[in-house]
Design a protein around this ligand. Structure first.
Ligand code: ADP
Ligand code: MG
Length: 616
């Protein structure tokens, strides 16, 4: 028997290990199982070159609990270690690994360290009061040995009996770590970290891993069904994905994986199923920020790269050239895939636009390279949901009609086809093409691309008539004479609280509504922004609403109103028409709304005093 001290400068490293890794203790199991996998793979390699002789037998890893003895054992049938190797790999290599790790992170924010690679074998001391390693090398003439260490630098190494080749790591779980003696907890950890490891892992008679997950295979070996099945394996409760991208790079960095586009309609759908990051099939984290471009964080699936420096802190990761390259590569692959579908099967692309649109718009806003690529496949959907236009196609289809004073293309859009229906109908009657911009990202998207696309201006369909092109298209001749126009102008000079109103009498089509309320596009966007919060919210909220009432002199109702002899009635008719227009803009509130209701009841012959009080 040999006794000795682990050769390190630090007096006692274990208290430090425990202190540093106060949370996420569960990584010890990941470390020990991946060591067992490494040992098994090494054996296979040795066997393939004739170094390890004879039948290898069933190569599997077993994780076993012994609640009575308070131990957790990880057994493999891998290369094993000779006494000399134990001394070298555990007393020196593993230890120096742990020491180096701690040196590196001294004084750093502890949170950055937790859950990263680097501690290896010695992480077992986070949860154990004693660790035994019983191992038989594949070199059969070497005796089996047992190494024991209780968490002080002192260890013992003795010869022992072990029938089978391989290594048992026996952890005597310490008082604070009793949770790791619960089968449910152990299974949970194994399923988290070891689900796709390449060697069968058994716990309580059941294999917990899929040793050949789809991303490790060649794309040519996989059918659409295989990809879908793998998605189901990752996210059992999700709908089938829209499509997927198989990543497979080996130069200048190593990266494999499958990214799935899920069905997501709104950006606020909370994303619990994230992309998982693996390193040689060992699960590392779901924190793929920095590695995956932000706009693709809503994708799902797996990325596997041994080249991503996993044992370093977040801030270091950002500056890592490989990480930047991987990030660019993923962006490019996603753009390639979208372009491919767009070119190959436009119909399919349009059908999926509802889901893809979010990624594309978000990507165009946040990533200039992607913006350039996406210009060719970003789509506008018309208000009927029948036709889709790229920017180029929209321009070609509308250029003649939809140009503003500055010669810019005007993209007419609606944020709510039901609420803005009256305006949409008018626009359509004029031959304009209204597109839907209904999702949460659209407001931000509009203000971004307006700066990037040249000669493009977005106008909501209910915006100022001047903005809204009507001005330019109509001759605005009204059938009313000058006196009648003046009379109407006066009648409509109403005072409505919190609204800055201007009135214009114009000759719109007789089919258009009698009064149309519009708001300047700019002002409306500010108000919308105020509604969603943000630094300027309070300021914008105090600004009065600017509204233009366009009175349609060609509407027959005004002949009637102008010939009305009861001045009181006349005033009320006019007020009601104005209120109707404001109502359709959602601007009639509080007292004004109550007045409108009461006035309407009265005009229909109701009792003046039966006022309706609105609750507010
Ligand atoms: P790393 O795995 O990064 O080399 P570890 O601290 O996890 O660092 O392990 C140190 C060394 O101990 C390994 O490189 C290996 O040589 C040896 N070792 C650990 N576990 C086993 C095992 N189950 N079978 C054989 N050798 C092992
Ligand atoms: Mg290791």
């Amino acid at each position: 028997m040999e006794k000795g001290n682990i050769r390190v400068q630090t007096e006692n490293i274990f208290p430090i290990i425990k202190k540093f890794l106060y949370s996420e203790h569960d990584i010890f199991l990941r470390e020990l199982v991946s060591n067992a996998v490494d040992a098994t793979q090494k054996l296979k390699t040795l066997s393939s070159i004739g170094e390890a002789k004879g039948e290898l037998g069933e190569l599997r890893i077993d994780v076993k609990l012994n609640v009575e003895a308070q131990t957790l054992t990880i057994s493999d049938k891998g290369v094993g270690m000779t006494a000399a190797e134990v001394d070298k790999y555990l007393n020196q290599v593993a230890f120096s690994g742990a020491e180096e790790f701690l040196q590196k992170y001294k004084g750093q924010a502890e949170n950055n360290i937790i859950g990263h690679f680097g501690l290896g074998f010695y992480s077992s001391f986070m949860v154990s009061e004693k660790v035994e390693v019983i191992t038989q090398s594949y070199q059969q003439d070497k005796p089996a040995v047992k190494w024991e260490c209780d968490g002080s630098p002192a260890f013992t190494l003795t010869e022992t009996d072990k029938a089978e080749r391989g290594t048992d790591i026996v952890l005597h779980i310490n008082e604070e770590s009793k949770e790791f003696l619960e089968a449910g907890r152990v299974r949970q950890i194994l399923e988290k970290f070891c689900r796709f490891l390449p060697v069968p892992i058994f716990f309580e008679e059941k294999q917990i891993n899929n040793t050949a997950p789809a991303w490790t295979k060649k794309p040519s070996e996989l059918t659409a069904e295989d990809y879908q099945n793998f998605y189901k394996e990752l996210y059992p409760f999700n709908e089938t994905p829209l499509f997927w991208i198989h990543l497979n790079v080996d130069y200048p960095f190593n990266l494999t994986g499958i990214l799935y586009f899920p069905r997501i309609k709104q950006s606020y759908e909370i994303q619990k199923d994230k992309i998982q990051l693996y390193s040689n099939q060992v699960f590392v984290t779901e924190e793929v920020k920095d590695i995956v471009p932000e706009f693709l964080m809503l994708l799902q699936g797996v990325i596997d790269s041994p080249d991503i420096p996993l044992n370093v802190s977040r801030s270091y990761l950002q500056g890592d050239p490989n990480v930047k390259k991987i990030n660019n590569h993923i962006t490019k692959k996603v753009a390639d895939k979208l372009e491919e579908i767009f070119n190959k099967d436009r119909k399919e692309f349009e059908e999926k636009w509802e889901h893809i649109g979010l990624f594309v718009k978000y990507g165009m806003m946040t990533d200039d390279k992607f913006f350039e690529r996406a210009n060719s496949f970003h789509l506008f959907e018309d208000v009927e949901g029948e036709k889709f236009y790229t920017l180029q196609e929209y321009r070609a289809a509308t250029e003649v009609l939809q140009k503003n004073k500055d010669g810019k293309l005007v993209i007419l859009y609606t944020t709510n086809p039901v609420q803005q229906d009256a305006y949409i109908q008018q626009a359509k009657a004029k031959g304009y093409t209204v597109v839907k911009m209904e999702t949460l990202v659209d407001a931000a998207f509009i203000s971004q691309v307006e700066n990037k696309w040249e000669n493009v201006h977005f106008t909501r369909v209910d915006a100022d008539i001047a903005d809204n092109l009507v001005d330019k298209q109509e001759n605005n001749e009204t059938v009313l004479n000058k006196d009648e126009v003046e009379a109407l102008q006066k009648l409509f000079d109403l005072k409505i609280p919190e609204i800055n109103m201007s009135v214009e009498v114009k000759g719109l089509s007789p089919q258009a509504p009698p009064v149309v309320a519009t708001r300047p596009e700019f002002m409306r966007r500010m108000k919308d922004m105020a509604a969603t919060g943000g630094p300027m919210a309070a300021f914008y909220a105090t600004m009065p609403d600017e509204v233009t009432l366009t009175v349609n002199g060609n509407h027959t109702v005004f002949q009637q109103i102008l010939s009305e002899t009861d001045a009181d009635k006349k005033g009320k008719f006019v007020h009601n028409l104005a209120d109707l227009a404001l109502l359709s803009q959602g601007l009639l509130k509080g007292n004004s709304l109550t007045d409108f209701i009461n006035r309407s009841v009265e005009l229909m012959g109701g009792d003046k005093k039966s006022t309706i009080i609105l609750e507010s």
